[in-house]
Design a protein around this ligand. Structure first.
Ligand code: RP5
Length: 166
């Protein structure tokens, strides 16, 4: 079974991380969810990243806010794909988190989703896994088909509403 690790810099990030866990579980992917801080527990971050591949983890989602170095630190110790999930902050609306995660130096990429983009982080992990797991690829295609059907239905409903406007 496919396995994704989801780590967050603080328990306070959990509400942002939750949609990633939900979508991964919906697709039948095993998750390992941890609080590990690049700054407050740097040694644990090192050990976690260095051992992740051996433990069967295939992709790592890292959620963090403010000076959000977790994804970068994890990516420094593994060749597994790392997805950064910037957390919205009170002071700067998450721009601080976003730039801290996305502006990695050459050689250590962190694939970054939008601020509070938990579901997209989960979906991106699924797309990475789908290269190896055909059942996930099939489910992703169905997911997209359902999204398209909803937009088409919304468009149809809008056309009906527009007919009633003066
Ligand atoms: C970051 O600092 C965490 O990822 C969190 O988003 C932010 C604030 O952490 P707390 O002070 O709420 O623990 O490391």
């Amino acid at each position: 079974m496919a396995k994704v690790a989801i780590i967050m810099g603080s328990k306070s990030d959990f509400s942002v991380v939750k949609p990633a866990i939900v979508v991964l579980k919906r697709f039948g992917v095993e998750t390992e969810v941890r609080v590990i801080s690049a700054h407050r527990t740097p040694e644990e971050a090192h050990h976690f990243a260095a051992d992740a591949e051996k433990r069967g983890i295939e992709t790592i989602i890292c959620a963090a806010g403010k000076a959000a170095h977790l994804g970068g630190v994890i990516a420094a110790y593994t060749t597994l794909p790392v997805i950064g999930l910037p957390v919205k902050t009170d002071m700067m609306g998450g721009l601080d988190s976003l730039l801290s995660i996305v502006q990695m130096p050459s050689g250590i990429p962190v694939a970054t989703v939008g601020v509070n983009g938990g579901e997209n982080a989960g979906l991106l992990a699924l797309q990475i896994l789908s290269i190896r797991y055909p059942d996930i690829a099939v489910k992703l295609k169905e997911f997209k088909r359902q999204m398209a059907a909803k937009i088409a239905a919304d468009d149809q409903a809008l056309q009906e509403e527009l007919k009633d406007l003066q």
